[in-house]
Design a protein around this ligand. Structure first.
Ligand SMILES: Cc1cc2nc3c(=O)[nH]c(=O)nc-3n(C[C@H](O)[C@H](O)[C@H](O)COP(=O)(O)OP(=O)(O)OC[C@H]3O[C@@H](n4cnc5c(N)ncnc54)[C@H](O)[C@@H]3O)c2cc1C
Length: 374
């Protein structure tokens, strides 16, 4: 019995020594190397901090889970928006039910190759000195800040949760995306060149919309719906594909299938403590995706950089760094996310009263129409 207790104590002591040892090796551990994590890793490593970053994907950006549209201004945030660009987008066409489309010309942007985009961001992080590991899952995160991944344990001063909508780091600090949209997307031949994003609004698409985004001679056709409607994704996407084939806009052959969750509940508390470690959330993990449009790449990049700035300030002794980060996110994204959530709630209330949203309701809640902004 005594022997057993001694062995247990020795084991605990050796784990303690191992984690203390690791703590001096890295200043920050980043979980997730999508746009948020890669941007945070680059900024921290450029500032001279030692960064260990992991992602469970086999390689950067793959498999792709994205419709691959970014707004034109994203070129100011990262040169990868230009480097990975596939084609420009000039206009947005909104199709409400079966009506003729409404054209809006103030939503220009780029279609990107998301795999190349994410890979480029990771390459920047590695060039800056961050240690980036793929096919490496977060195995455990304890309440006292011990993080286990790739068979190693760490107790870093900073943990950045950039691990997407179902963030484990978020769960550890009690910030969970409870409301999510579900999506399904296919890539098909595009039969006529197109320079617009096509949006399909319908009472048949609760909580979401359909899309056709052109990528040269291909198009991403997809659909997002409320989580509880996810059984409808497959049949409704098949219907949309058929409609677009009947209009001779796309071909039948499907070259890629994807999908995934999109946070739809708005901004979460992006900071918390795990023992002595400071945990910060960025990107989808912080609930920064717009629940009306589903767009989150720009917010992921910006918040990744801001999280790194907050981490640096904290490492340099600023005790308010985490609260300042939360305020910065609120200032930058709070109003837009609140507006989107309010529109989402209005449509939900209409559906709960057993009425189908009318075309006017659908227009009121879409960004291409002035009434969305008032
Ligand atoms: C179908 C679809 C279409 C979309 N289309 C667009 C679009 O056109 N434009 C746009 O702006 N936004 C779009 N979005 C949203 C956009 O993709 C996200 O907002 C963006 O990727 C968020 O970046 P992120 O770095 O926060 O998270 P992610 O890109 O999701 O990266 C998180 C990373 O964390 C890793 N990870 C998660 N858990 C663990 C773990 N336990 N251990 C190790 N690694 C882990 C994941 O593998 C992933 O690589 C779309 C989303 C979906 C699902």
């Amino acid at each position: 019995m005594l022997d057993q207790t001694w062995h247990r104590r020795a084991l605990v002591e050796s784990i303690r020594r191992m984690t203390t040892q690791m703590a001096t090796e890295y200043d920050a551990v980043i979980v997730g190397l999508g746009p948020a994590g890669a941007s945070a890793a680059t900024a921290l490593a450029k500032a001279g901090y030692r960064v260990f970053a992991i992602d469970r994907k086999p390689a950067p950006g793959t498999p792709v889970q994205c419709a691959e549209f970014v707004p034109m201004m994203m070129g100011n945030e990262t040169k990868m928006a230009v480097t990975a660009s596939v084609q420009p987008i000039a206009d947005m066409f909104t199709f409400v039910e079966q009506e003729a489309p409404d054209q809006a010309c103030n939503f220009s942007g780029r279609m990107i190759d998301r795999k190349a985009f994410d890979a480029g961001l990771v390459a920047e992080a590695e060039t800056a000195g961050a240690r980036c590991h793929f096919a490496s899952n977060l195995e455990a995160i304890s309440q006292d800040g011990i993080i286990t991944c790739g068979g190693k344990s760490f107790r870093p001063k900073i943990i950045i949760g950039a691990d997407g909508p179902h963030s484990s780091i978020g769960a550890a600090i009690g910030s969970i995306n409870k409301d999510v949209l579900e999506t399904r997307q296919i890539t098909v031949p595009l039969l006529k060149p197109h320079q617009g994003t096509d949006i399909f609004l319908s009472a048949d698409y609760p909580g979401g919309y359909g899309w056709l985004f052109p990528k040269g001679d291909k198009a991403n056709i997809g659909l997002g719906l409320d989580h509880d409607q996810r059984d409808q994704l497959k049949p409704l996407l098949e219907d949309l594909h058929q409609r677009l084939m009947d209009e001779a806009r796309v071909g039948s052959e499907i070259s890629y299938h994807t999908g995934g969750a999109i946070p739809a509940g708005g901004l979460l508390k992006p900071q918390g403590r795990l023992g002595e470690s400071l945990a910060l959330l960025a990107g989808d993990a912080a609930g920064l995706t717009n629940c009306i449009t589903g767009a989150g790449i720009a917010a992921a990049i910006i918040s990744g950089k801001l999280a790194a700035e907050a981490a640096i300030a904290f490492l340099e002794g600023d005790k308010d760094a985490a609260e300042d980060y939360a305020e910065d996110l609120q200032d930058m994204f709070g109003a837009a996310l609140t507006r989107a959530c309010q529109h989402r709630q209005k449509l939900k209330t209409i559906r709960q009263s057993k009425h189908a949203p009318s075309p006017a309701h659908l227009r009121n809640s879409w960004i291409a129409y002035p009434q969305y902004w008032h």
